[in-house]
Design a protein around this ligand. Sequence first.
Ligand SMILES: [Zn+2]
Ligand SMILES: [Zn+2]
Length: 362
Amino acid sequence: MKISAAVCRDTGQPLTIEVLDLDDPRPNEVLVRVVACGVCHTDIGIQRLVPKPIVLGHEGSGIVERVGSAVTKVKVGDRVVLTFGSCGVCASCVEGEPAYCHDMRRLQFSGARADGSPTMRQGASPVHGAFFQQSAFATYALATERNVVPVGSDVPLELLGPLGCGVQTGAGAVINALAVRTGASLAVFGVGSVGLSAVMAARIVGATTIIAVDVNPVRLETARSLGATHAIDARSGDVTARIQEITAGGANFSLEASGVETSFNAAVECLAIRGTCGFVTAPRQGQAFPFSLAPILLRGRRLMGILEGSSVPDRFIPRLIELYRQGRFPMDRLATYYPFADINRAMDDSHYGRAIKPILRM
Ligand SMILES: [Zn+2]
Ligand SMILES: [Zn+2]
């Protein structure tokens, strides 16, 4: 079928909205009419690493238009959130950890289905799709049965796409991966959409000290209003010492969500003895970690790499929606809406921190 999609033809260049042909769904696939799609930093940062031309977008939400012959999870007309792809048969998937699927890289970033076939083309030339098994910067997206999550009809569908990546990453890091305890202290480095989701989750689980660290005063203020008990401007002196002082000896948990390498060290150094630092970011490829091991090893500290909030989307996303419904997880506070035609402005606003979570309305 004909669709309109935002095509990335060159790294860092504006996306162009073009008419493409999208395949019919195969037996395990679901065709979704995209209602909205969030913009995640990965849509920008990944451009140099994926084959092009490609249709990005991996926080889609929409309505099921058609289903493949083997699909039983959803039916035509169902409202769904699209999330990351996973294989379902590797050791991680069978052990209930799809975020660590052994096929993670290929399923999100290869620009094709798991079997290597393209999902979309323009005339005779293939265009890479299947980004996060969705490529949702488009009017229609082809997902697999595994990465569609059915949602109810009493919440605004256009708000929910970011649950599929950025929001479940931050909330899941706190709830699933770090398993922050009631009464614990947590320092969150970088309070964009991931960090703010972590702050909201920390309040839900009953962390008593929630410290937000950022360089953007508006975001720090937002963090406070969403549950942070302290806000630290990272440019205002010794962040580590300040956190040690607030927590009387170090934070039980920290989360590095800024992607700024100077904060990697602080995220580890601010920890208490036996504290755990979760990373949802990583240094650029080939770049060494800036911290030394002795203060980590000799204080029983732990470092944890976290993907997609270690979440099982079919279980975790409905739980976050229920918390939103109850007013305990106000993720609507993160959203700024843009018409699809303004996708390049939305990408820029995300990149330069002018919007916390841009969401495109298709
Ligand atoms: Zn797998
Ligand atoms: Zn993402």
